[in-house]
Design a protein around this ligand. Structure first.
Ligand code: ADP
Ligand code: TZD
Length: 576
């Protein structure tokens, strides 16, 4: 705020665009900005810090954007990513699109060049029609031209990000806006505190009854919990729904820990069996997309006859997206789960014992087999022997956050590492995107204050690896474990013509641990499970930024992990 003279010579307090933006965010309880400074937003980052917002400054906008998205998922407040125009904006846009795809609330705020010049394409500094480019890639996109509209612009962005199905919002703030001033009192009055940004959506009673009728008719019911259920923070309602119905459940990867993975009703270790055999499936905040084989085909036991689906989702258009939904339940997960539990009544019959004991039998068999594999200590380490260590460390620190990306590193960790508490696991999400690792790890550390363990394929780590400097700069309690098998998927491909190495192969025996040391963090080179265990224990206990280069057998793992079948070459071979 500053003082200016009126025409009559009186001094009035004025406020500029920078401070209106900051005050509007603070008014809405936003306390952190993930940013990368430059024209025209450098001063905004400085002033935000001076005004008490936490500003976490990154080395590349994509990771600031991923951090904002993860913060949005964890806190139910839109994560804020702040970038410069054109290239900075584009770098942030991947994260915005990814957040929208994952239904995570975030707002990408980018400075932009002068409208008059951009619209006449006269070649301004970093000229780009950012609003038009962002619009198809996010849930909503807005531009503010006048200081007096900043309050309403930010309110619209927050409401758009959080209400209904959450998602990414783009907010375009032209350079000129920041320097505009207005009377401070009028400015203060122009700000809007968003009331009830994600209103409860109570399901219709007839929809609840329909769902209960379908559920009651099931002989082999199954509940699938998705990351929408984790996001909803309706943990008690979900637990009551699962435990009071007695129905076996499968958590999708980011719903792991909503109930502890060791829960008797978890059917994770019998996943293929329950998907194929269930007759009624209730989806709770999970979409029937590729991750669930679109709800049809062999995975879903198509040859055994049709299934009935009940789906709980806040987005009505999600119903019937891939298969018919017999009982759509549109509403917020907390309200829907509570309504179902209330409707169970005293005579609710738990699922038949032949179904639950058949699942238990398969679970036992698979878990015994897995325990044998995990007990082996091959040299060099396999994915399994290294993940057995991670599994123990997470068990000992159930409040730690786990970030996970890669192909084999992801697929094996998802099934081997049990989670015990809700919203502790962050991973590649709906797109299966590489590059979320260090952005998500920073957000996890900053928003929760808990230790963070990032389990990274060596290829996956490379997408965001430079952010280890960010982790060291803010002294975050992040332990990165790079599963180093010398390449994308594996390190064994050979170029049949000689010369360049194969496209999937990296520098052999690289020392990722030295990257962390370069910035003052702890680097450890681990070649055995014992060395890995010791290093992880020390990292979690000390809270110091740590990177462990875990040497994994370069022949281990499979091409594309568990989705080999999606490679065009595999499809061609199958067809031949
Ligand atoms: P997963 O990948 O874990 O299967 P998805 O991202 O496919 O999960 O599905 C999440 C679903 O949850 C989305 O369809 C989204 O609309 C829904 N959703 C998100 N938040 C809520 C909420 N509070 N109440 C109801 N549904 C929600
Ligand atoms: N680029 C982006 C943005 N996302 C992707 N998913 C890919 C490329 C393709 N891809 C995968 O799907 S997994 C992966 C790539 C490059 C890396 C696999 O190698 P890794 O993991 O070293 O990270 P594993 O555990 O050794 O298999």
């Amino acid at each position: 705020m500053s003082a200016a003279a009126t025409p009559t010579g009186d001094a009035v307090q004025t406020i500029d665009g920078f401070h209106l933006v900051i005050d509007a965010l603070k008014l809405n309880d936003i306390d952190t900005i993930f940013a990368l400074p430059g024209i025209p937003i450098t001063d905004l980052t400085r002033m935000a810090q001076a005004e008490g917002l936490r500003v976490i400054s990154f080395r590349h906008e994509q990771h600031a954007g991923n951090a904002a998205a993860a913060a949005g998922f964890l806190t139910q407040k839109p994560g804020i990513c702040l970038t410069v125009s054109a290239p900075g904006f584009l770098n942030g846009l991947t994260a915005l699109a990814n957040a929208t795809t994952n239904c995570f609330p975030m707002i990408l705020i980018s400075g932009s060049s002068e409208r008059e010049i951009v619209d006449l394409q006269q070649g301004d500094y970093e000229e780009m029609d950012q609003l038009a480019i962002a619009r198809p890639l996010c849930k909503a996109a807005f531009r503010v031209l006048h200081a007096e509209d900043i309050g309403i612009g930010i309110a619209r962005a927050i409401r758009a990000a959080l209400s209904g199905r959450p998602g990414g919002v783009y907010l375009d703030l032209p350079a000129k806006l920041f320097a505009q001033t207005m009377a401070a009192e009028a400015g203060r009055r122009s700000l809007v505190k968003v009331v009830d940004p994600a209103p409860r959506q109570i399901p219709a009673p007839e929809a609840v009854k329909r769902a209960l009728d379908v559920l009651a008719g099931a002989r082999r019911p199954l509940i699938v919990l998705g990351k929408g259920a984790a996001y909803a923070q309706a943990d008690a309602e979900i637990r009551a729904l699962v435990e009071k119905t007695g129905i076996p459940y499968l958590p999708m990867s980011m719903a792991k820990g909503l109930l502890p993975d060791t829960h008797a009703q978890s059917a994770s270790a019998a996943r293929s069996y329950v998907l194929a055999e269930a007759d009624v499936v209730m989806l709770v905040g999970a979409r029937l997309n590729w991750l669930l084989s679109h709800g049809k085909g062999k995975t879903w036991g198509a040859e055994k006859g049709p299934k009935q689906f009940i789906q709980i989702d806040i987005a009505p258009t999600e119903m019937d997206s891939n298969v018919a939904i017999a009982a759509p339940l549109v509403g917020d997960i907390g309200s829907c789960a509570a309504a179902l539990v209330a409707g169970l009544g005293p005579n609710w019959a738990r699922p038949p014992a032949e179904w639950t004991s058949a699942i238990a039998e398969r679970k036992d068999k698979n878990l015994t087999r897995m325990a044998e594999t995990l007990a082996a200590t091959p040299s060099p380490m396999s994915f399994h022997s290294a993940l057995a260590v991670v599994r123990d460390i997470v068990k000992a620190h159930p409040d730690a956050m786990l970030v996970n990306e890669g192909a084999n590193t992801l697929d094996f960790a998802r099934s081997i590492v049990d989670m015990y508490e809700p919203r502790k696991r962050l991973d590649v999400g709906t797109w299966g995107i590489m590059g979320i690792g260090m952005g998500f790890a920073v957000a996890a550390a900053v928003t929760t204050g808990k230790p963070v363990i990032a389990i990274e394929g060596d290829s996956a780590f490379g997408f965001s690896g430079m952010e280890v400097e960010t982790i060291c700069r803010y002294d975050l309690p992040v332990c990165v474990v790079v599963f180093n098998n010398n390449g994308v998927y594996r390190g064994t491909d050979v170029n049949p013509r000689g010369g360049d190495v194969a496209p999937t192969v990296f520098v052999k025996n690289a020392r990722y641990d030295l990257m962390m040391q370069a910035f003052g963090g702890v680097g450890v080179h681990a070649t055995t499970a014992d060395e890995l265990r010791k290093a992880m224990m020390e990292a979690v206990a000390s809270g110091r930024p740590t990177l462990i280069n875990a040497v994994i057998d370069e022949t281990a793992g499979t091409e594309s992990g568990r989705i080999t079948s999606l490679n065009p070459q595999s499809k061609a071979k199958k067809a031949a």
